[in-house]
Design a protein around this ligand. Structure first.
Ligand code: ATP
Length: 578
């Protein structure tokens, strides 16, 4: 309950208050619109009781002019309302989407590990759409409708109080049912957003993993999972439709009952002459004006409910802790040397399941440290800590003697380069992909990186050279070529620290040679932490750490470890054999 209050208050403070000017203009417009709408029923009474019996042609033309004027005002105000409020609402949606995306990128990597990217896309694109109803015509219509309803009620009371009280009973009953129903619908809508995001997320994953799915002949299984998701969504919509149907039919029933009653009471009053024909007709019309906004409000009510459910999720996201905690991370690094030290570092992803135990090692500036060991032993976790994707549970990691958990992330990461196995290249030209970390780099710097990573060796064969588009709309590159582009990108970024996750895929000897050469230019004079799969890389390393079950089982350089005939020797001789 309290959560509900917070989000309404939050939504008001966040979205409506900063636009009070526009919302006020909207309100004034809607008041004009509502008042001009009341001219017609008011005129009817005059027409029937006075103008027609007196055959007053002049009054008739005046009446007609007044009604036409009112209709014109209604048309103009409607136009302006849409123009001003709806445009502002759409503007707000785009601003909010940008804000949510920005916030999303500030969240720690661990957040993304537990989320489907499709679900996050829906958070950015769909959830925020709700503000359209808050700032757009929805809220203003709700207020305008209330004003019309109240004024109509006063007029109805003036025309005939008894009849009005009779009508109020079913109307209040309806309002009560509608309110109750909205209370029920809101959690359903909130749930719907979640299901929607899940289903979209799964679909995105299916499409991304199409090779694996086809390779394992798992199409049917995937379709089944998707069908289940869609079914869940359907059941959710069905639930909310029941509530909506309840509102609609109860409104029709109760309001129909009220109309029947009015026929009876009105007929009786006219017969004993305590009510005129004109009063009866205008009562019926005003009643319509009182009831229509209430029914309309129930529609807007459900829109607002849906909007709030989406905004609830947006608010939740906007309040999450960012990885750059300004209180703790306040040491802004200048240019670093690149001395990386791990001291008794332990880490667990989940409570009670420690995956690194008291790891200590030094990676002096400019050195290459190779991490080797079996799968799941903790190599990526060690690298993730150096990337500040993760923070140690205990122990200390320092860069040039400064605690890494205290440094300003941007000042550190701008001196860090990562080359990962499944390196991410986006659709665009090769040039754009290389320039990505440093768009302002000069042509010379770009070309130096291109040469350093031997990218020119294959782009020279392309007609468009570096401007060749890659990805869906362009050429397909081999695994080795993609790696070289990501290495060129890292060379261009010119970081002091390199985290490198070597690709395991076997390349042909020529490709292998180019990769080796380009890695060599990348690692020069940079502190490198490499999850190494290639013996040639490992042999070059200043130190090799053999990681087993979250511990450093052995350390030393290649010769030392071979001589030791321990775990590394086994790994090495095994790999040489295959
Ligand atoms: N996001 C995560 N949440 C929970 N546990 C994780 C997460 N990532 C890794 N782990 C666990 O932590 C342990 C170490 O994983 P890590 O990825 O560091 O190993 P690795 O040596 O890099 O393996 P590989 O060579 O296969 O990539 C594993 O037991 C793994 O299951």
């Amino acid at each position: 309950m309290s959560k509900k209050k917070v989000s309404y208050k939050w939504a008001f403070k966040e979205f409506i208050w900063p636009r009070k000017g526009i919302v006020l203009v909207g309100l004034i417009l809607i008041i004009f619109k509502s008042l001009s709408g009341l001219v017609l029923p008011y005129a009817s009474k005059n027409l029937i009781d006075e103008v027609i019996p007196n055959r007053d042609m002049k009054a008739l033309s005046l009446l007609l002019a007044a009604v036409c004027f009112a209709i014109l005002i209604q048309a103009v105000t409607s136009f302006l309302l849409t123009k001003i409020l709806s445009v502002e609402a759409q503007h707000l949606i785009s601003k909010l989407r940008a804000q949510v995306q920005k916030k999303l990128l500030k969240l720690p990597v661990s957040f993304f590990d537990n989320q489907k990217s499709g679900a996050l896309v829906s958070r950015v694109m769909t959830d925020v759409e709700g503000v359209r109803n808050l700032v757009g015509t929805g809220l203003v219509q709700l207020i305008g409708g209330s004003i019309t309803a109240i004024i109509s009620l006063i007029i109805l009371l003036k025309i005939n109080a008894t009849m009005t009280f009779f009508v109020l009973v079913p109307v209040s009953l309806f309002a009560f049912i509608a309110l109750k129903a909205f209370g029920k619908i809101r959690p359903i809508f909130r749930e719907r957003g979640k299901i929607n995001a899940e289903v979209t997320g799964r679909l995105t994953e299916t499409l991304n993993g199409i090779r694996v799915i086809k390779g394992f002949n798992a199409e049917n299984q995937e379709s089944k999972t998707f069908e289940d998701g869609v079914e869940k969504l359907f059941l959710n919509v069905k639930k909310s439709l029941t509530a909506t149907a309840l509102i609609t039919s109860s409104s029709a029933f109760l309001l129909g009952l009220a109309s029947a009653g009015i026929m009876g009471i009105g007929g009786y009053f006219i017969m004993n002459e305590s009510m005129t024909y004109g009063e009866f007709v205008s009562f019926t019309l005003f009643l319509g004006f009182m009831i229509a906004p209430i029914v309309q409000m129930s529609n807007i009510g459900s829109q607002l409910t849906e909007a709030m459910a989406g905004l609830d999720r947006t608010q939740e996201l906007m309040e999450m802790a960012e990885e750059q905690d300004p209180l703790n991370r306040n040491i802004v690094l200048q240019e670093i040397k690149g001395d990386l030290k791990y001291k008794d570092v332990s880490f667990s992803y989940e409570k009670g399941k420690e995956v690194l135990h008291s790891i200590s090692f030094d990676a002096p500036a400019g050195s290459v440290t190779a991490l080797v060991g079996s799968s799941g032993s903790g190599k990526s976790t060690i690298a993730g800590l150096a990337a500040t994707y993760l923070n140690p549970n205990s122990g200390l990691i320092t860069i040039d003697g400064i605690d890494l958990t205290k440094v300003d992330l941007s000042s550190y990461r701008s001196q860090l380069g990562v080359v990962l196995q499944d390196d991410f290249l986006f659709e665009g030209t090769i040039r754009e992909n290389i320039l990505f970390p440093r768009p302002e780099a000069s042509e010379e710097q770009l070309l130096a990186a291109v040469k350093g990573a031997y990218v020119n060796e294959f782009t020279e064969r392309f007609e468009e050279g570096l401007d060749t588009v890659i990805g869906e709309r362009g050429v397909k590159l081999s695994g080795g070529q993609r790696q070289r582009i990501s290495i060129a990108r890292a060379i261009l970024a010119n970081p002091k620290i390199i985290l490198l996750d070597e690709a395991t895929s076997n390349l042909d000897t020529e490709s292998e040679m180019f990769i080796q050469k380009s890695l060599h230019s990348l690692m020069q004079n940079r502190t490198t932490l490499v999850i190494a799969h290639r013996l040639s890389t490992i042999k070059q390393a200043d130190q090799i750490l053999v990681i087993e079950n979250g511990n450093i089982a052995e350390r030393g350089n290649h010769e030392e470890l071979i001589e030791k005939k321990g775990r590394y020797y086994d790994l090495y001789t095994y790999q040489s054999k295959i």
